[in-house]
Design a protein around this ligand. Structure first.
Ligand code: SF4
Ligand code: SF4
Length: 423
């Protein structure tokens, strides 16, 4: 797809602003009625999904050109996909897809991405990760008692953030896999970034190169099944890769696998973990991970100005994301009481880190995480649980900033505490 393919869609934006809020039926309070962190923070229409559609349309029609100010607006979006879920309730437009295409166009024309994004893309190319860490350090989180099966066709794809910045999540994931007798290995120093940070800022060409080379790597290593603990990696491998390259591997998120391991009795949770917790849905495990179904139908006018898709078009409203498995696991931990926030599942609120925002606009990223933390605090829970190392970093930053009494846990850490003889 290119921006041109979205022209009719962009013309169809009626500037109703519904993409700034949760769908009306999902709103529980004015305080937490927003779905778009960008418009909430910057408070000017251009910073909403619809505003960026207008910008993209004007550029496509040759009325404006890329300017530094426009790039700032374009990149201060977390690519959380919330605008798209809200718009599709009413108008069936895809503002998040349009934003992505506008970023691709910005990169292709030489205007984008932002300097900080260019810097980490260089690091990915040079060091296989956006942190500029040496490959030799990638498996440094492994402890001696972790059992790896070098003959397994299942890998734990650790991801750059867990490997270099949130090692505790890599470790607790490996430990729960061992506890459940799940045979797996890791790619160690051969693992390469999944491509998410490159793809999300619009460098699609380089991202596709990474996808291709990763797929070749998996093939050459006989990989048939990939386990991820990172929602960003999961989204790329499960949802984005098949749009651009042929894949032949299964992708499982650790929360799904934990649910299976509990239901078939491979894991037994016996230790009490007495705590009230709330669960944060990562956008990339939730609404953004719903698979794309290729569609080649057409829009037909059935009455004057009344259109239908023939055959019916897949809706992709976000309901196909992963929502139940992490919750079902939490509910099986003795002593854990799960209290939901107001914005959950496909109507969840972003942690603020994605889409290159943590690198490009750290203040905005922190502000968004703080909005989410305040929502979590309102539940009265003592723990905020999620399943994404990147969300973890941003939410922890906000907990520190607010000097909050809440504590952040990855789901695997709570499971580990509850295991027979666990930590
Ligand atoms: S993108 Fe959709 S929800 Fe947003 S202003 Fe346009 S039509 Fe309305
Ligand atoms: S993707 Fe998220 S941050 Fe970006 S415009 Fe849509 S709702 Fe706002």
């Amino acid at each position: 797809m290119t921006l041109e393919n979205y022209e009719e869609m962009m013309d169809g934006c009626v500037r109703c602003s519904k993409c700034k809020f949760l769908p009306q039926l999902q709103i529980k309070s004015k305080r937490f009625s927003h779905i778009c962190p960008s418009i909430e923070y910057f408070n000017f229409h251009a910073y909403s999904g619809g505003g960026r559609m207008i910008m993209a349309n004007a550029l496509q029609k040759g009325r404006i050109e890329f300017t530094p100010e426009m790039l700032d607006v374009l990149y201060s979006c977390t690519n959380c996909g919330g605008c798209e879920v809200s718009c599709k309730w009413v108008y069936d437009l895809e503002p998040n897809e349009v934003i992505h295409e506008l970023r691709v166009k910005a990169v292709e024309s030489g205007a984008g991405p932002l300097p900080k994004h260019k810097k980490y893309i260089e690091l990915v190319e040079r060091y296989q990760n956006p942190y500029g860490e040496p490959s030799e350090k990638r498996p440094a989180w492994i402890e001696d008692d972790i059992k790896l099966d070098e003959d397994s066709n299942t890998i734990f794809f650790v991801g750059c953030t867990a490997a270099y910045r949130r090692e505790e999540i890599a470790l607790s994931t490996a430990k729960v896999l061992n506890a459940g007798n799940e045979n797996f290995r890791i790619l160690g120093t051969d693992e390469f970034c999944c491509g998410s940070p490159v793809y999300r800022v619009g460098d699609r060409e380089k991202a596709i190169e990474i996808m291709k080379s990763n797929v070749e790597l998996f093939k050459s290593k006989g990989v048939e099944r990939i386990i991820t603990s990172c929602s960003g990696c999961f989204n790329m491998l499960r949802t984005e890769y098949p749009r651009y390259v042929e894949t032949s591997f299964e992708v499982v998120h650790i929360s799904q696998l934990l649910e299976t391991m509990l239901s078939d009795g491979r894991l037994k949770l016996t230790n009490e973990v007495p705590m009230k917790v709330t669960y944060h849905d990562p956008c990339h495990l939730g609404r953004m991970s719903e698979p794309y179904e290729p569609y080649e139908g057409e829009k037909v006018e059935i009455l004057s100005q009344v259109y239908m898709w023939d055959p019916p078009k897949p809706e992709r409203l976000g309901a196909g994301g992963i929502y139940d498995p992490p919750r079902n696991v939490l509910k099986q931990i003795p002593g854990i009481e799960l209290i939901e926030m107001e914005r959950i599942c496909e109507y969840s609120y972003c942690c603020g880190a994605g889409g290159g925002v943590k690198a490009g606009f750290p203040d905005f990223a922190l502000w968004t995480a703080t909005e989410r933390v305040q929502e979590a605090e309102e539940t009265g829970a003592k723990g905020i649980v999620s399943v994404c190392p990147f969300c973890s970093t941003n939410i922890r930053d906000s907990l520190d900033y607010r000097e909050s009494e809440m504590e952040y846990f990855d789901l695997t850490e709570l499971v580990l505490m509850s295991l027979e003889g666990g930590e």
